[in-house]
Design a protein around this ligand. Structure first.
Ligand code: CIR
Length: 267
């Protein structure tokens, strides 16, 4: 295909890919009962709620219209909505979360998405967490992790193929999800742990140091970029990029192994 056609296709895709909506879900009073491997202490519910509100404000200042779902105390990890769906332009794939304690969270998300998308459901024995799905334009990287198995990845791959997307799997170890380790920022920029450098050839990769590894998960929304507050090294690097950079305090979510992308579903 001529280069001009490729570039025009990519430009069209980028226009098409502009996000206008987000679904979020408030943390519940029993947020601290969720799953975590982080040894950062107990999260404070009031502080988590305030941080969640500030996160919602950041999404709105990036131009998104929000659907804010109420907490459901049956699911202490329910605010991490990213794991419950993979959203494409016309289709949403409702996941089957890889930790049994989280199965069921996807019901409320499916109801919220049904107003906007056709829905397809991951079927047993497939397991899939949205945090393992990294979209780079028309290609999806699917992490095989403790939460996402081969069957779940294959189901997702075939539905994505039906929508004209390509995909490939990536082994994930040492982090919870693929996107805990690497984020695509757009415009051929990535940020992530050194172990993920090379995932996408020819891209510009910002490696994060161990003490700032939480910043491997950022959130790109059109021309805005959300990063966790309190990481000056990464901030200095991201300020060089052509995005409106917003810092969001994520301390209480970090205690529960959640990052910026985990708290929303964008479409
Ligand atoms: C969990 O372990 O499932 C939650 N405590 C954190 C989920 C974070 N989600 C994500 O990285 N996509």
């Amino acid at each position: 295909m001529p280069l001009l056609a490729v570039l025009q296709g990519r430009a069209l895709k980028q226009i098409y890919m502009r996000f206008t909506h987000a679904i979020v879900r408030q943390p519940g009073v029993n947020f601290a009962d969720g799953i975590t491997g982080a040894q950062l202490g107990q999260p404070d519910y009031r502080r988590a709620l305030a941080q969640h509100e500030a996160y919602c404000q950041a999404l709105m200042s990036a131009g998104l219209q929000l659907s804010i779902l109420e907490a459901d105390e049956r699911y202490p990890d329910g605010c991490f909505v990213e794991d419950t769906a993979v959203v494409c332009p016309t289709l949403a794939i409702i996941t089957r979360p890889g930790n049994a304690a989280r199965q069921g969270e996807e019901g409320a998300i499916a109801r919220a998405l049904a107003a906007h998308k056709n829905l397809i459901y991951v079927q047993p024995p497939g397991l899939l967490d949205g945090g393992d799905v990294l979209q780079v334009h028309e290609h999806f990287f699917i992490g095989l992790s403790k939460r996402t198995n081969e069957v779940g990845a294959q189901q997702l791959a075939s539905w994505l193929a039906s929508q004209g997307y390509t995909s490939s799997t990536v082994p994930v170890s040492g982090v919870l999800h693929l996107k805990t380790g690497v984020t695509y920022l757009g415009q051929d920029h990535y940020i992530g742990l050194p172990a993920f450098e090379g995932l996408i050839p020819h891209a510009s990769f910002i490696p994060v140091e161990t003490e700032e590894s939480y910043c491997a998960n950022c959130l790109a929304i059109n021309d805005h970029l959300l990063m966790p507050a309190g990481f000056p090294g990464v901030k200095a690097r991201l300020q060089e990029l052509p995005y409106t950079l917003l810092e969001v305090d994520m301390s209480e979510f970090e205690k529960m192994d959640g990052g910026l992308s985990c708290l929303s579903l964008l479409f």
